[in-house]
Design a protein around this ligand. Structure first.
Ligand code: C2E
Ligand code: MG
Ligand code: MG
Length: 741
């Protein structure tokens, strides 16, 4: 190196080493030179070249072309200069001591900001291996020696600009990702033909996917959707694709840990020139927190803060729904209006805090006393659902949906009064409080929410007038009816002890021979207090209260005992049929009870027939089938009573071990005036015949009816025409008389 070169190198060292400043005249383009690119802030070039002479020349040339230059004599120096100087572009020699250009380039790419800076490698002409390796480690381009300065200059300007755009793009992408993360908003794109979905990073995060962004099969994404929303969402996507319908919906996402998110998802389709939907693009936003907040607001708007019970607003909504359901399905419901008696006294004497505490305890007791679990265990049959609400102050309501009997509402009211009658312990005080309850039954009493609330309120005032601490129905007749049912229940308990029940027997006749083939045992009750009470009144009450169990066992024993005594009065074995209630049939102990009664009385099991109603037998449960089979295996005859009033499935009927179908009297009653009933009756008889079952018609009162039944080849009948239900004694006389004749 001669003196001139050395001086040049020194000069370079002084001006470079990443120290070029914008005030340096060499950093600016020369005014009289042609300017191909518009003037802007000088671009920064890092020259990495071990040969001082080449470095010097490069530096001079580039400064003249309006670049700001920094130089490094090898790879290591370049890496440190890169971080200090932040170049827009790097010109790097391939062959250098200490660290060559290829290695330097690969390190540089990993430095902060090094990913997108253009790196141009300087290679010897024909050094293909270096060029290949340079590209592999991320070099942007290469130039060969000897360098064409004018071309290099233009190329550098061009690459700097491209590099800036790339970096700007990367920055804006990063800003978008950040914005999406903050807004919890992601975007996705579905290619319906490849069936691939692209997810932005945030969309991937929202879906709970492991690989956060990129393309994935559509099925994989759909699997993240909550199973209950999946088909629906898939339908919406297909509608975007096929019909161009956009959507904007909320749905749930099921995360791998089992938790759920609510997202707002909206999408539009984009068509290709041929009209096909080429892409469906959408955004997805995590709105779980917003939903929770909305739910909380909704909850607060619908609930009472003191007790946590539904408030008046929610009660009215629920009442409207229950009322609509009752009208539609022809069921019955009730609204109980509870007002505490003399609550003001508590507030005045113990203070409002204590008053509030008492209201919380009352809310708890009322809720517990109408809870479904409890009511089932106590054998009550009131509404499937009950909702307690607080209207304000000391006013509460209980909404009962789907009650079977009016008196069920009375029973619930009684239970609430009993629950409130126990003392409340508030700190050291023991407080007693009663309540007056008004009951309105719907749709009987009204078909409007406000009217029902007013009815219940009126009834509650009536209860107050009646001396407080009691309940009253809005309608007098319902009140009387409920009272009657409850008094029946009480009287029935005593009737069992006082032997007030007895049995009547109604013979069944073979229609073709006119012979008595069996006898149905029917329960009768003559109450000392209330006079004769029909089975249609007391059997349902006995069933509801559970009293049917001891009563039913008594009927079974009594009927079997009588039947045993008839056998020598009649020339053929005579069967007795006993009606079984649902509760008896559902009891596991039934076969055991029947078996022990038969043994005790000494009756042949084939002489006993058990009558079951259609709804009990047709419940399609395993238990029913196994119970029927057990009874059948004991040799007992089984019949379906009141056939035609339920909804029997013919195919199911076929699978049951049943012997007899008893055609309900309501079909026989209007024969021959009702063609409909005639058609039904003849169809039932034909069906019984085809299933090889015996048909028995009930309630036969006229000769025309009997003629019709005979024509239809009905096997047997019972009814007032031949004989009404009679006492055991009368039946004996009848049997003897018939035997003689
Ligand atoms: P069911 O088993 O269908 O009994 C036939 C009913 O029809 C009896 O009513 C009988 O008196 C009546 N009847 C008979 N012939 C005629 C007629 O020609 N015309 C009319 N209109 N009616 C006739 P009853 O005795 O009032 O019993 C009513 C229902 O009470 C019975 O209907 C049965 O479901 C139930 N029942 C009666 N006794 C018992 C019992 O011991 N246990 C159970 N679980 N239920 C019973
Ligand atoms: Mg019967
Ligand atoms: Mg019947």
């Amino acid at each position: 190196m001669d003196e001139t070169e050395k001086r040049a190198l020194d000069k370079t060292r002084k001006t470079s080493k990443c120290s070029s400043s914008e005030s340096d005249s060499l950093c600016h383009g020369q005014p009289d030179e042609p300017v191909l690119f518009p003037r802007e802030a000088p671009s920064r070039v890092l020259i990495v070249e071990d040969d001082p002479m080449t470095r010097l020349i490069m530096q001079e040339k580039l400064r003249q072309a309006n670049f700001m230059v920094c130089e490094a004599e090898d790879g290591l120096a370049a890496l440190s200069a890169f971080q200090d100087f932040s170049p827009d572009i790097v010109l790097m020699d391939v062959l250098m001591p200490r660290m060559d250009g290829i290695t330097t380039c690969s390190h540089l790419r990993k430095l902060p900001g090094g990913k997108n800076v253009p790196v141009i490698m300087i290679t010897g002409l024909g050094d293909l291996d270096s060029i290949r390796s340079a590209y592999e480690v991320g070099a942007t381009d290469f130039i060969t020696k000897p360098i064409q300065w004018l071309i290099l200059e233009q190329r550098l300007h061009y690459m700097v600009r491209a590099g800036r755009i790339t970096r700007e793009l990367a920055r804006s992408e990063m800003r978008l990702t950040e914005a999406q993360r903050i807004a919890r908003l992601g975007n996705w794109e579905w290619d319906p033909y490849e069936n691939l979905v692209f997810c932005s990073q945030e969309a991937g995060r929202i879906y709970g996917l492991e690989a956060l962004a990129g393309f994935l099969p559509a099925g994989e994404l759909l699997r993240c959707i909550h199973p209950e929303d999946r088909d629906w969402l898939e339908g919406l996507l297909n509608a975007v694709k096929d019909e161009g319908k956009s959507f904007s919906v909320d749905h749930r996402i099921l995360l791998p840990d089992g938790s759920q998110k609510v997202v707002h998802n909206q999408a539009e389709g984009f068509r290709a020139r041929d009209g096909r939907c080429a892409r469906v693009r959408g955004t997805i936003q995590d709105v779980t927190e917003r939903k929770h907040a909305e739910e909380k607001i909704l909850y607060l708007a619908h609930h009472d803060t003191l007790t946590g019970l539904p408030n008046r607003l929610l009660l009215k909504e629920q009442l409207a729904q229950t009322l609509a359901r009752a009208k539609r399905f022809e069921t019955m419901g009730a609204l109980l209006f509870i007002d505490l008696d003399c609550f003001k006294r508590i507030n005045d004497t113990l203070g409002h805090d204590m008053g509030d505490r008492l209201l919380q305890h009352v809310a708890e007791r009322v809720t517990l006393s109408v809870r479904k679990g409890d009511s089932v265990s106590r054998g009550f049959a009131e509404g499937e659902d009950s909702t307690v609400a607080r209207l304000g102050g000391d006013e509460f309501t209980v909404l009962l949906s789907d009650i079977r009997h009016v008196e069920d509402a009375g029973r619930v009211a009684r239970r609430i009064l009993d629950a409130l009658a126990r003392p409340f312990h508030l700190e050291l005080s023991e407080v007693f409080i009663g309540a007056s309850i008004g009951i309105t039954v719907f749709p009987h009493d009204g078909e409007d929410v406000d009217i029902l609330l007013r009815n219940a309120d009126t009834a509650m005032y009536h209860a107050k007038d009646q001396g407080r601490n009691n309940y009253q129905f809005y309608t007098r007749s319902l009140h009387d009816r409920a009272l009657y049912q409850l008094s029946l229940e009480n009287a029935m308990r005593r009737a069992l002890e006082k032997d007030e029940f007895f049995l009547c027997y109604q013979p069944q006749w073979d229609i073709s021979t006119g012979e008595i083939v069996g006898v149905e045992a029917l329960m009768r009750w003559h109450s000392e207090e209330m006079g004769p009470i029909p089975p249609s009144d007391f059997i349902p009450v006995a069933e509801e209260s559970g009293l049917i169990m001891p009563m039913g066992e008594w009927v079974l024993r009594e009927a079997c005992r009588e039947c045993r005594s008839w056998q020598n009065l009649w020339h053929k074995p005579l069967r007795v049929s006993v009606n079984l209630s649902r509760r008896q049939f559902k009891s596991d102990r039934l076969p055991e009870t029947v078996g022990s009664v038969l043994e005790e009385v000494g009756l042949d099991p084939t002489l006993l027939e058990l009558e079951l109603t259609e709804s009990v037998v047709m419940d399609h449960t395993e238990e029913t089938l196994s119970m029927l089979k057990k009874l059948k295996s004991m040799g007992i005859t089984l019949s379906i009573d009141d056939f035609g009033t339920g909804y029997s499935s013919l195919s199911y009927l076929k699978s049951l071990p049943i012997d007899i179908l008893k055609i309900d009297g309501s079909f026989v009653r209007d024969i021959p005036s009702s063609e409909n009933d005639m058609a039904i009756t003849s169809a039932i008889i034909a069906m019984a015949r085809s299933l090889k079952l015996c048909s028995v018609a009930e309630g036969v009162e006229t000769d025309e009816q009997l003629d019709f039944l005979r024509k239809c080849q009905c096997i047997a009948m019972q009814g007032f025409l031949c004989c009404p239900p009679v006492s055991g004694e009368k039946l004996r006389d009848l049997l003897q008389k018939h035997r003689k004749s």
